[in-house]
Design a protein around this ligand. Structure first.
Ligand code: ZN
Length: 158
């Protein structure tokens, strides 16, 4: 049995007049993430970690932001497509660990729903999808609520 580890990171700006999608869940907030797709930073980091573990490039290679068919696309679709690529290469996911870094709003109450959504798409158990959250103690672009960051690690099994 062979195992492969992967790491993903993603950043998006936070702006007014955008829906805020995070971990496949719509968050109630006066700002949302800006991007070509729905700009779901957590799902993008998980896609990158998964593709990275299988050495299949990154999300920008498979789903370029120059592709007009992907404009405002639901990132749950990108997650599903990334998973299909990884499965085609012969891998299953063992577990995911992730961290979100944002100043506001508090997202603790949304985490169980994010875990459920991600686990369903990736055929995992809830406790195979860890999601943590932190602030930057008001420092930097995250602290000024100009943007947010997601980090994800993933273990694949052949
Ligand atoms: Zn992204």
């Amino acid at each position: 049995m062979s195992f492969r580890i992967g790491f993903g990171i993603d950043f998006h700006q936070l702006v007014t007049d955008r829906d805020f999608w995070l971990g496949g869940v719509k968050i109630a907030h006066h700002k949302g993430a800006l991007g070509h797709s729905d700009a779901d930073v957590l799902l993008h980091a998980i896609c990158d970690a998964m593709l990275g573990a299988a050495c299949l490039g990154d999300i920008g290679v498979h789903f370029p932001d120059t592709d007009t068919s992907l404009k405002d696309i639901d990132s749950k679709i990108l997650l599903k497509k990334s998973f299909e690529l990884v499965k085609k290469a012969g891998y299953d996911i063992v577990n995911i660990d992730s961290s979100l870094c944002l100043q506001a709003p508090k997202i603790k109450d949304y985490i169980p729903e994010m875990q459920r959504v991600i686990a369903t798409i990736l055929s995992l158990q809830i406790n195979d999808v860890s999601i943590k959250a932190t602030t930057t103690e008001k420092m930097g672009f995250v602290g000024r609520e100009e943007g947010l960051v997601a980090y994800a690690t993933i273990l694949l099994q052949k």
